[in-house]
Design a protein around this ligand. Structure first.
Ligand SMILES: Cc1ncc(C[n+]2csc(CCOP(=O)(O)OP(=O)(O)O)c2C)c(N)n1
Length: 350
């Protein structure tokens, strides 16, 4: 045999289009209005945190501004007993999954009335809402999501896990281990990578070998999909299909949502424009605001009137004001609170 085979693996892209009118027609008004409302509430949460920061409260905020569509439209597909493995960018996932706004705000400044009684602070968690805790170690949570999905498979339920992460975390070795195991075991997890083009102050081109993170799915036998992460309708549809696939036991998916953060990396980063990105770039992305886009669509497709949307906006501002006040007025935990909810209990002599 003199004919020797050389096989090159090349990236194959398969683009399809979807008519937004078809997506809108397939959704009920309640779902669309919930997505819109929760995006507005997420932005108001951001505004409320800024008010607290101005009062000197100590929170490190990783603003969601400009990225609201991905967490909210993703979670709109979930049931109460589905799991969310969040990441550090904002708290949209907490709003979307149904955590109480006031309790979130109080928790963020470690008040006793907070969702975790002031113990967790920004690292929100909620067992009731199956929010498995905001992680601090980039990428480490990816394998935890796979572990939860494996437990679902063992328990033979039709629950799913949605795991969010940023483009920076996609450079963690743990991504590859997690994609590999999820794909091998065919567990019900949907990975959502919010590609906002930066990793703290570094542009993606300086830190990452590919411009599309979804490419990394291919090497692990998963389907990788790339969508506009600022279009709530598209996110809802595409993620919804991946979630249903996972529910049917047909395995995991990786969806990359292209998006952009308007603010600095965190509230410690005041260099919104200068330094590592241009004002022109930020302003161009502000033109693609996910909330304004959905607003235009809801009106254009006759789903809602401007008056209805204004009402939602007004209610969200009032909710934010009440939550800020509630957080400020709430007490800090007492010394005795240190002795509750601990694994090692004094009474047990441990
Ligand atoms: C293992 C680890 N390394 C570094 C950090 C510091 N850190 C916090 S956020 C962040 C950038 C994450 O970027 P990305 O995943 O793109 O998410 P984004 O902040 O852009 O939403 C880094 C490096 C960390 N928390 N954990």
């Amino acid at each position: 045999m003199n004919n020797l085979t050389i096989k090159k693996i090349t990236k194959q892209e398969n683009c399809t289009t979807v008519d937004k009118a078809t997506i809108v027609a397939s959704m009920d008004k309640k779902t669309m209005m919930t997505i819109y409302r929760d995006m507005i509430r997420t932005r108001e949460l951001d505004n409320g945190i800024e008010e607290l920061l101005k009062r000197g409260e100590s929170i490190t905020q990783h603003s969601t501004r400009g990225q609201e569509a991905t967490p909210i439209a993703t979670i709109a597909n979930l049931r109460k007993n589905d799991y969310v493995m969040p990441y550090h960018r904002g708290w949209g996932w907490a709003i979307g999954k149904g955590m109480n706004f006031k309790e979130i705000m109080a928790e963020l400044i470690n008040k006793k009335t907070g969702s975790n009684r002031g113990r967790g602070g920004p690292q929100l968690a909620s067992w009731e809402n199956r929010i498995m805790g905001r992680p601090g170690i980039q990428g480490a949570h990816l394998s935890i999501a796979v572990g939860i999905a494996l437990s679902i498979k063992y328990r033979k339920t039709d629950e799913v896990v949605v795991c969010f992460f940023g483009n920076g975390s996609s450079n963690s070795g743990n991504l590859h281990e997690s994609l590999n195991m999820a794909s091998t075991w065919k567990v019900p997890v949907v990975f959502i990578v919010e590609n906002n083009l930066y990793e703290i102050y570094e542009p993606i081109t300086d830190t990452t070998s590919v411009s599309d993170i979804a490419d990394r799915a291919l090497g692990h036998g998963l389907e990788g999909t790339i969508i506009d992460g600022n279009d709530a309708f598209l996110v809802y549809k595409v993620v919804g299909e991946a979630i249903e696939k996972a529910r049917r036991g047909e395995g995991p998916s990786l969806i990359e949502t292209k998006t952009y953060r308007w603010m600095g990396h965190s509230s410690n980063d005041q260099r919104y424009y200068g330094g590592y990105r241009s004002k022109e770039e930020v302003d161009a992305w502000k033109e693609k605001c996910p909330i304004s886009l959905m607003e235009k669509d809801l009106i254009a497709f006759g789903v809602a009137t401007q008056a209805e949307l204004d009402e939602i906006q007004k209610a969200a501002v009032e909710e934010k004001q009440a939550a800020v006040q509630f957080a400020i007025d709430s007490p800090y935990p007492e010394y005795e609170d240190l002795l509750t909810d601990n694994y090692a209990d004094e009474k047990e002599g441990l």
